[in-house]
Design a protein around this ligand. Structure first.
Ligand code: SAH
Ligand code: DHB
Ligand code: MG
Length: 224
């Protein structure tokens, strides 16, 4: 018996056929990551394009990403940069970073992207010490239990007008379950407890459905 697609999968396919022309570089990034045994948890193509457009809308010149995996979202974001723009992406697993390095080079973006290998909470302080310009776009997509710490770091490393996006905030709806013991969800709930207490951030969050199931993004704007 043929399984019927969830309507949101069919719609993702429909939208992809019209909005996402064939992209051998991105497709190879996913293929090579799967072949190397990386978990298949990259953002979807539609989400990648969405992040890319957000970064362009922000006219982002300096992008920070937490959680590189095989570099799929990295490529979408780095493609939003002007020629002199830079993206720094943080990845805990050296083997994942190697896959990403190859994919980013194949995308012709090696000159704009720096991969920093190590647990983000260990490498973020070095970024601060480098005293570069603030990041104007931060994509947080690493381990979920540390999400609040990552939001605090993103805030420290950005400035007024900077935009911070968090992936995977809804988790099949588990976000709204106060009894959850899932540390990923508890981590996200900590972020949503913090946001109303932080006057420098104005926040929105949207639930999403698609090929990755039911989840969501949070969008944070750093205010003056
Ligand atoms: N942004 C990627 C997906 C990232 S998946 C994309 O959409 O294409 C989450 C990644 O975070 C994994 O590669 C995982 O190894 C990495 N990660 C987990 N814990 C981390 C930590 N403490 N510091 C940095 N990266 C971490
Ligand atoms: C997981 C992590 C992600 O970043 C994601 O987009 C989906 C799933 C996970 O760890 O299960
Ligand atoms: Mg994610």
């Amino acid at each position: 018996m043929a399984t019927k697609l969830d309507p949101w999968q069919a719609v993702d396919e429909y939208l992809g056929q019209r909005l996402l022309p064939a992209d051998p570089v991105l497709e190879e990034a996913l293929r090579s990551a799967a072949a190397a045994g990386l978990p298949e948890i990259a953002v979807s193509p539609a989400q990648g394009k969405f992040l890319h457009l957000l970064a362009r809308i922000c006219r982002a010149r300096r992008v920070l990403e937490l959680g590189t995996l095989g570099g799929y979202s990295t490529i979408w974001l780095a493609r939003a940069l002007p020629a002199d723009g830079t993206l720094i992406t943080l990845e805990a697993q050296p083997a994942f970073a190697e896959v990403a390095r190859t994919n980013i080079a194949r995308a012709g973006l090696a000159d704009r992207v720096e991969i920093v290998v190590g647990a983000a909470l260990d490498t973020l302080p070095n970024l601060k010490e480098r005293a570069q310009d603030p990041f104007d776009f931060v994509f947080i997509d690493a381990d979920k239990p540390n999400s609040l710490e990552y939001v605090r770091w993103a805030l420290q490393l950005s400035g007024p007008g900077s935009v911070i996006v968090l992936d995977n905030v809804v988790r099949q709806g588990a976000l709204a379950d106060p009894t959850t013991s899932d540390e990923n969800v508890v981590g996200m709930r900590r972020v949503f407890d913090f946001l109303p207490t932080e006057p420098r951030l104005s926040a929105a969050a949207l639930q999403t459905v698609g090929v990755k199931g039911y989840d969501g993004f949070a969008l944070l704007l750093v205010q003056d």
